[in-house]
Design a protein around this ligand. Structure first.
Ligand code: SF4
Length: 446
């Protein structure tokens, strides 16, 4: 069980030195108990106390690493019910399912097609992580062969799906090196699956037909010394599945119920008979609160919106995405190329740079630190003021690279033109378009 604030307080140094960022050890203890602080923030906790506090300071939902290699990822580790309370940390992992009887060439074709589904957005590579291999016939050799092919011939990590311990054992022998999730521990096979997971140090998916029954099974597995569990409450109808996800998250976070303090797995592939409906269900689980979501297939038009939704849900709402301040060369500019300046909000950068690149006009793009705010917001907040922009242009080094002394500022920041001009004597300040979409025509007319 998690410790209360008072129990934690008794283990702290009680010097009220404030180094953890709050005025007293008691306040720190209360924050730690509610998941709002991390134990490492206090440098004076004794080793003995640290051990005792480890449980209290651990995330109420255990982070569970799945897989190896470039698509290895962690699910769980969440500390809040609602994203706006702090942030969600580990994004929902997306899986597509294949049957163990799939023909080798069909599997190779699917893996190739799924591997191609990668998208560059705001400097990130968006792609799915997992392939779920489902035992459809009880044939251990076929299950192992399919699992091996996925593990050895693709970057994807693997979920092994079978409730037959012998079949699962064959699958683990074939692809254990990729740290697969073994899914299908139930009341009937719990001991065998627990032993298999423990012997091979693998995460194990546990399934029951209610949240209460799931908690009992998870207690038995943790009693066997297993820590990395993934929970399936068994519901396959949208309303019940949604309610179970919320109940598990709430019980773990609000009630401190460690029996359900693990990430979940959801199966849209078993809840709908077409990929579009599966995608809608998957979108629901990405928002609330699926740790892993298994689809029957990946298609670009279905996967891409899910990846974008996931990107948005799992970014920190209190920290805008930014790019580094500096000079960005687009289309090989020279000393006569136009010079643009804008803010360091990642979306602003990627939209502006994309339009400039598409224009094919060689351009210098100056990115000024605006604490991640977009142009209009930054200007309104005083983070993109004329004198600041002028100072930045002087200091960033662009003057050594160009003869051209014209600076193009964003249309939404037209009001700063006079102040920039004052700061940059001899330069012409031109107000560019408000919308990035109008940049190509604007640049070509220069
Ligand atoms: Fe207390 Fe540690 Fe915080 Fe200092 S840093 S006030 S000792 S909890």
């Amino acid at each position: 069980m998690a410790l209360t604030g008072i129990q934690i307080f008794k283990l702290l140094p009680k010097t009220n030195c404030k180094e953890c960022g709050v005025p007293t050890c008691l306040a720190f203890a209360m924050n730690l108990a509610s998941g709002k602080a991390e134990l490492d923030s206090c440098p004076y906790v004794s080793d003995e106390a640290r051990e005792q506090l480890a449980e209290a300071s651990a995330p109420p939902i255990r982070p569970v690493p799945v897989g190896k290699g470039v698509r290895a990822a962690t699910t769980g580790g969440e500390t809040v019910q609602y994203r706006h309370e702090k942030t969600f940390f580990n994004q929902t992992l997306l899986a597509a399912q294949v049957g163990s009887d799939i023909a080798a060439d069909e599997l190779a074709g699917k893996l190739k097609q799924w591997n191609a589904l990668q998208y560059e957005r705001v400097g990130l590579n968006l792609r799915p992580e997992l392939v779920a291999v489902k035992d459809v016939s009880g044939d251990a050799a076929a299950f192992a062969a399919t699992a091996k092919a996925v593990a050895e011939t693709s970057e994807f990590n693997v979920i092994l799906m079978s409730e037959d311990a012998e079949v699962m054992k064959a699958g683990v022998e074939a692809c254990g090196f990729k740290r697969p999730l073994i899914y299908g521990a139930t009341a009937d096979n719990l001991d065998a699956f627990g032993a298999l997971a423990k012997d091979n140090d693998l995460p194990v998916g546990v399934k029951a037909d209610s949240v209460e029954a799931l908690a009992e099974l998870s207690d038995k597995l943790t009693g066997m010394g297993l820590k990395d569990l993934v929970l399936d409450p068994g519901s396959r109808e949208a309303k019940a599945a949604f309610a179970d996800q919320v109940a598990i998250r709430r019980a773990a976070l609000k009630d401190g119920n460690r029996s359900v303090g693990f990430p979940t797995i959801a199966f849209p592939c078993e809840m709908a008979d077409n990929l579009d409906m599966e995608t809608l269900l998957a979108a629901m689980f990405v928002a609330k609160y699926g740790g892993i979501v298994v689809m029957s297939d990946f298609a670009g038009e279905n996967l891409f919106p899910l990846l974008l939704e996931r990107l948005n849900i799992f970014t920190d709402p209190q920290r805008p995405m930014t790019v580094t301040e500096g000079i960005y060369e687009i289309n090989n500019p020279d000393e006569n190329s136009p010079v643009l300046v804008t803010t360091n909000f990642a979306l602003t950068y990627f939209i502006v740079s994309g339009e400039v690149e598409g224009s094919k006009v060689p351009t210098w793009l100056l990115i000024k630190d605006s604490e991640g705010l977009s142009v209009l917001t930054a200007w309104a907040a005083g983070k993109f003021a004329g004198d600041d922009v002028g100072m930045f242009v002087k200091k960033c080094g662009i003057m050594d690279k160009v003869k051209n002394q014209e600076l193009i500022i964003p249309g939404y920041a037209a009001a700063i033109a006079g102040d920039v001009e004052e700061e940059l004597p001899g330069w012409t300040i031109t107000v560019g378009p408000r919308e990035a979409a109008h940049l190509p025509a604007f640049l070509r007319s220069k």
